[in-house]
Each structure stands twice: as structure tokens, then as C-alpha cells.
Design a protein around this ligand. Structure first.
Ligand code: SF4
Length: 352
């Protein structure tokens, strides 16, 4: 039976070294057994291709970890296997997450020749002392160089940044936004620093900004960044929004491949939760899936479509009584600016 299109996320869980705030699933190992890891990815690709009857693939996203570490030969093998196994659309968005000082112009060109057309660069800060504090394995010059090289190659370029580090104020965040404006990016993401247990920062008793200060910094970003916000942490011109993430936030299915990946698969009308291991995937109830759609939809400016499954689980009375947080129209619910700030707290009220 024909299956609907699935986006593909490939997780590459290796980094040169561990950043001091990082709680992601990643190993500090710049030279892993690439052959072995590539083989396991290709096996998962083949498994899902047969389960999903070689369906259409609109986007592929290589996330990490540091996917830019993967040697050309293995990237080529993975992309070839995906193309042989699925129907990858001609204009598919294919994104690579890259860390500065892990990829040069030649490697970037090779990746571009293989079909990578979007680069997401982990910059985090544009100040060497702050980069050292975060434990990043690059300096500001490396980051700007990679952005410029990718822009010269006409790749679509995004960059990730962190705000809310100790010492940050409205002014330092505004300055960072002005620096970002000067990079000529068409997409960027700004994430609040959160301190996770079991990370070096988690053991350091850092003097973090208060919640109120963080909220002010968040508002400072939208008033100083030239790119408009389209999701809680993402900013872009309308034509440069990330198609892969937008599809997922809109509730489309995606396959997660690799050690730390997760996916949401749709087979014959039934949704499954999948955790980067082709052998294990569990059915989700309609209610569980509808709640996920609300959670991701409300993070976007576009909001969440009021389809029947969504209507069945939202508390319409609570939503109508809290227009300061959620706006409701005939076919959509959207979080307001204030709502976005406290989304995690109000979601339990939005859902019955
Ligand atoms: S580069 Fe990213 S995934 Fe790797 S250690 Fe740093 S924050 Fe974690």
C-alpha cells in the first residue's frame, strides 16, 4: 500500500569535544568507526524504506553531534542509499549541521555536489572569551569564515546562538543581535542557555540570569534582530524558513535514523513512536498524537490547525478565557508573544 511522504532525520552522535553545557546525546570522539556507523545507518534506511513502501522524501536533515565531521565517502554512501531506497523529491531540502573548524571549503563543495543545499552552523557566540567559557572547540573567526564560505557557495545558511549566559543583560543580547544582523544570514536560531544536571555547567553553581531577566532578553531579540520570528527560537525570511522543521512542527511524519534519533511514523493511518532503532516502534493513540501536534504547532507563529483530533483534546473554554496567551480563530489556535514565553507552563491547561 502506498504510504505518505516522510521526512528523514539522520543523527551523527560524534563531536570533537564536549561543550560544557551539552546534555545532547553525543560522544567526544572525532575519529569514530565511520564505516560501522554508516553501515548501521544504511541498514535502518533499508528497513524503513521497505516498511514505508519506498515513499516520497521531501527533506533530509543531518543533525548531531557534529555531522560535518563525517568523511565525504560515508556521506556519499548514506545519501546514495537514501536515494536508492526512497523517492527523494528533486528539490528536497537537505541540511547539514556543521561546527566551525570541522569542515573546509573543499569538503563543503563535495557535500554540496552530493546534494546538501542547506548548512546550519553552530556559532553560539561571537566573542572568543564567551566561546571558551561555553567550552566550544572553535573561535569567532572560524565561525565567520564557515558562514562566509557557505554563503559564497550559495548554500542556504543558518546559524545557532545561545543567550542568557552568566553576565548577559538586555544590552549584551541586543549587541549580539546587531552582530548577527551584520552576518547577512537569512535564518538563525537563538536558544536560551539551560543548565542541565550531569554537565560541567550543572556542577558549577553558575550565577544565571533570573526568569524575568531571561524574559526581557527574549523580547530584546525580536526588537533587535532583523529576521522575523517564526517559531519560539527560530527567525528567518519567509522563503528561508527551515522546511524540515516546519514540516515536523506541522505534524508531518518523519523517520529518525541513528543512535540518538527519534521519529514519528505513519503506516496505514496509524502513528508510531520510533527511537532511532528500526526494530522498536510503538503505536501512539490519536490523543497522544494530537497533543504532540498542539505542542509543536503552538511553538510556531502559524499555530496549530484545529483539525478534529485536535479539537477533541483541547479545553476550548480555558483557551477562550485566556486570550492573553492563546488566540483562537475558526480553524487555528496560536500562542501570543506572552503565551510563547510560558508555553511549557500553560500547555497542561490548553489540553484537557
Ligand atoms: S557541538 Fe553540540 S552536540 Fe557537540 S558537544 Fe557541543 S553542544 Fe553538544
Amino acid at each position: 500500500m502506498k504510504q505518505c511522504p516522510h521526512n528523514i532525520y539522520i543523527h551523527i552522535p560524534y563531536c570533537k569535544s564536549k561543550c560544557r553545557y551539552c546534555a545532547f546525546f553525543s560522544h567526544a570522539c572525532a575519529e569514530p568507526d565511520w564505516e560501522d556507523y554508516t553501515d548501521s545507518i544504511c541498514k535502518e534506511v533499508a528497513f524503513w524504506a521497505s516498511k514505508l513502501n519506498h515513499c516520497t522524501v521531501p527533506t533530509i536533515f543531518f543533525g548531531g553531534g557534529t555531522p560535518s565531521l563525517i568523511p565525504q565517502k560515508y556521506m556519499c554512501q548514506i545519501l546514495r542509499t537514501i536515494r536508492q531506497s526512497f523517492l527523494v523529491v528533486g528539490d528536497a531540502e537537505i541540511t547539514l549541521e556543521a561546527n566551525p573548524a570541522t569542515i573546509d571549503e573543499n569538503k563543503l563543495r563535495d557535500f554540496q555536489d552530493m546534494g546538501i543545499n542547506r548548512l546550519s552552523v553552530g556559532v553560539q557566540r561571537l566573542n572568543d572569551k564567551e566561546l571558551q567559557f561555553l567550552g566550544r572547540a572553535h573561535d569567532t573567526r572560524d565561525a565567520i569564515e564557515l558562514i562566509n564560505t557557505a554563503q559564497d557557495l550559495k548554500l542556504r545558511v543558518s546559524a545557532d546562538f545561545i543567550y542568557g549566559i552568566p553576565g548577559d543583560t538586555e544590552k549584551t543580547v541586543a549587541n549580539m543581535c546587531h552582530q548577527i544582523n551584520n552576518l547577512g544570514l537569512t535564518h538563525c536560531s537563538l536558544y536560551e542557555l539551560t543548565i542541565e544536571e550531569n554537565t560541567p555547567f550543572g556542577k558549577m553553581n553558575l550565577n544565571m540570569p533570573s526568569n524575568d531577566e531571561m524574559a526581557i532578553m527574549y523580547q530584546t531579540i525580536s526588537s533587535n534582530l532583523e529576521l522575523p520570528r517564526y517559531e519560539v527560537s527560530n527567525y528567518a525570511t519567509p522563503e528561508n524558513q527551515c522546511v524540515h522543521n516546519s514540516n515536523i512542527w506541522n505534524g508531518e511524519p518523519y523517520i529518525g535514523i541513528g543512535q540518538g534519533a527519534a521519529g514519528r511514523i505513519l503506516i496505514d493511518g496509524v502513528w508510531y513512536e520510533e527511537k532511532g532503532n528500526a526494530e522498536i516502534f510503538n503505536p501512539l493513540t490519536e490523543k497522544e498524537r494530537a497533543i504532540e501536534k498542539i505542542l509543536t504547532g503552538l511553538r510556531t507563529i502559524r499555530g496549530c490547525q484545529l483539525t478534529q483530533d485536535v479539537k477533541n483534546v483541547i479545553d476550548i473554554d480555558w483557551v477562550k478565557n485566556h486570550p492573553q496567551y492563546i488566540q483562537i480563530s475558526d480553524d487555528t489556535i496560536c500562542a501570543t508573544n506572552d503565551g510563547m514565553l510560558i508555553l511549557d507552563n500553560i500547555i497542561t491547561n490548553v489540553v484537557k
